[in-house]
Design a protein around this ligand. Structure first.
Ligand SMILES: *Cc1c(COP(=O)(O)O)cnc(C)c1O
Length: 427
């Protein structure tokens, strides 16, 4: 067989890009080598529709064991009764929960996308906003914090069947008990989508959603530092409140409905190579090292918050409790788009982001989102955050100065040589 030099050359280029640059996208991370190794191997060849012990294909004895390990480890990490590790992505995990508990046209209530929510929490361009009737709560204009009074008001008025908490661009912790108290008034189910802060929750550094939320979904590739994928967790199994019956007329447990909603509901064969890599990531999360990592993520985010504040940047919600910052650039007279496009020229990767009550479109935006999980994995500490903010600020105050941009990029590429990415890596 001929070797595909074209694609492997591009993989090498992507490796170089990741190695040289400052990765500040809040949703990205660098997996360990063993997580990557678990993804690129013979497990990709196996069809395994179904679940461990109940498959629609022969030859699943081995992948049954690795999938079961992933399930068992997820249950230990989060101290829960139920885990489904098959969702191909965070979006698929949310789709499965909604398929399990909603009928088309049912009402859902989530955080508005323009206030930090996720597409799958009811956006009109997503299945969640097309199949279901979406309603939203926001954050308060005065302090940028989640508006639980508004959540309650909309919930009591609209009586959604499913309430969703969790966000993609929110730097503060959540009051899950409050969300549940609101839901209980209207018999709504609660889904927490912890995709972003899951790794910090895993180590007990943020409030736990599990006691209060019926379902918890997550990606596995953000602060959990695993392969690209999703999971669904439940603290306790329970009889489904919709009265859905099984083949023998028995009331279905929620765990059955969630499993059925993933397969055959929304997916076919699971990605057993990715599930093996999820198991490896969970193994890593169970080690003490990962607690150090999670603490360092929060320390770095705090250090970055302070550095930005010293330079008079306007942080939405006044600061951060987790791994990210949302920065409103309106007092700096630069759009999110311009900031993103200029910083990338210096090998600084961030993303433009709407800020609450933004007056610019999602394509322009007034803000940027920055996060530290990836750089923390590379080994950067609090002191380095000042240096990074100096670089970012020097570019944002002088966006047309190409010479300065090149100078900063050279400094960054030199600086990142201290923090090699996958030193053993060979393609
Ligand atoms: C990233 C994210 C997702 C989606 O994950 P994908 O794997 O990209 O589908 C879902 N919900 C939230 C809150 C997220 O931040």
């Amino acid at each position: 067989m001929q070797f595909d030099t074209e694609i492997f050359e591009l993989i090498q280029q992507e490796f170089n890009r990741q190695q040289h640059g400052l990765e500040l996208i809040a949703s990205e991370n660098f997996t360990s080598e063993q997580v990557m190794r678990a993804m690129g191997n013979v497990m990709t060849n196996k069809y395994a529709e179904g679940y461990p012990g109940k498959r629609y294909y022969g030859g699943c004895e081995v992948v049954d064991k690795s999938e079961q390990l992933a399930i068992d480890r997820a249950k230990v990490i989060f101290n829960v009764d139920f885990a489904n590790v098959q969702p191909h992505s965070g979006a698929q995990a949310n789709a499965a929960v909604m398929l399990a508990v909603l009928k088309p046209g049912d009402k859902i209530l989530g955080l508005d996308l323009s206030m930090g929510g996720h597409l799958t929490h009811g956006s009109s361009v997503n299945f969640s906003g097309k199949l279901y009737e979406p309603h939203f709560y926001g954050v308060k204009k005065e302090d940028g914090l989640v508006d639980y009074d508004m959540m309650e008001e909309v919930a009591l008025r609209e009586k959604p069947k499913l309430m969703i908490c969790g966000a993609s661009a929110y730097s503060r912790d959540w009051d899950y008990a409050r969300v549940r108290a609101i839901a209980d008034q209207i018999n709504a189910l609660v889904l927490c989508d912890m995709s972003h802060p899951a790794g910090l929750i895993a180590k007990g550094l943020l409030n736990s959603p599990f006691e209060h939320c019926h379902f918890v979904t997550s990606t596995t590739h953000k602060t959990l530092r695993g392969p690209r994928g999703g999971i669904i967790l439940m603290k306790n199994d329970f009889e489904n409140p919709m009265g859905i019956k099984g083949p023998k007329g028995e009331v279905r447990m929620m765990s059955d409905l969630i499993n059925l909603a993933v397969f055959p509901g929304t997916q076919g064969g699971p990605l057993e190579h990715v599930i093996a890599a999820k198991a490896v990531a969970f193994f890593e999360i169970m080690q003490d090292d990962f607690l150090g990592y999670a603490h360092q993520v929060i320390a770095n985010a705090k250090a970055m918050e302070n550095a930005f504040k010293q330079k008079n940047y306007d942080i939405v919600s006044g600061g951060t409790d987790n791994h990210l910052l949302l920065i409103d650039l309106r007092n700096k007279n630069i759009s999110g788009k311009k900031a993103e496009n200029t910083l990338i020229k210096a090998d600084i990767t961030i993303n433009k982001n709407m800020v609450p009550y933004d007056d610019k479109s999602p394509f322009i935006t007034s803000g940027i989102r920055v996060g530290v999980p990836a750089l923390t994995t590379r080994g950067l500490k609090e002191d380095h955050m000042n240096l990074i903010v100096d670089w970012i600020d020097s570019i944002l105050i002088d966006t047309e100065n190409e010479q300065k941009i090149i100078k900063v990029r050279t400094e960054i590429n030199e600086f990142m040589k201290q923090f090699p990415l996958y030193p053993e890596w060979k393609i």
